[in-house]
Design a protein around this ligand. Sequence first.
Ligand code: CA
Length: 226
Amino acid sequence: MKKILLIEDEEKIAKLVAEYLTSEGFSVVTMGDGEAGLAGFNQERPDLVLLDVMLPKLSGLEVCSQLRQKTNIPIIMLTARSEEIDKLLGLGLGADDYITKPFSLRELVARIKAVLRRGTSEQAATRLAFEDMTLDTEQHTLITNGSTILLTPTEFRLLEIFLRSPGRVFTRAQLLEGAMGETFEGYERSIDTHIRNLRRKLEKETSKDYITTVFGIGYKLGASRA
Ligand code: CA
C-alpha cells in the first residue's frame, strides 16, 4: 500500500482528501503545518507528498525545497488559484506536479497515480535519507547537516543496508554478507569494528547515535525504543 503524506492546513480539505485517498486504497497521514509536515516526513517515510503552498509555520515552498535537499520522492503541490503555477514553476522547486484548488478528487488520484508510475520507473533510489542524513549511492557521498562525511567502502555499504530498511534488525552475519560479501562465521565480529567506526563518524558530525545495538542479535538503524 502506498503511503501519502498530506500537508494541508485547511481541515475540511484535508479530511475530504484523506477520506477519498483512503477509499482508493492509499494510506494517508495528515499534517496541518509546514513544520509538522517535515517532521512527519522523517517519521512516516511516505511514498509521495501532497503539499499545500500556503501553510502556517513553514510555507509549502520552504517545505518543498527542504524535502528536495534530502529526497527525490514525488511531491505534488496544491495551489490556490491566486498562486499562478507559472510563477511556482519559475522558482524551480523541484515539485513533480501542481494541482490548482479547487480540484476534483478523481483528478487528484489520477495525478498521484501518474506521478507514482513515473517515480518507480526512474527509482533506483540513488538517494537514501534518514533524519539528517542523506546517502547518495551514485556519488558515493554521505551528507549530514550540510557537510560531507568520508566513509570507507565497507562503512558506506553498511549504512546503505541500514538506510534501505530503517528499523529493521540485522544480524552480524547479514551485515557481513551484505557489506563485504562474506559469510565466514568467524568473521562476524569484524562487523563490530566497522560499526564502531561508522558510529563515531556519524556522532562526531551530528552528535547523534543513529545505530542501535540489539543485544544478542545485531544492529539496526534508529532509536532503541522503536
Ligand atoms: Ca493552506
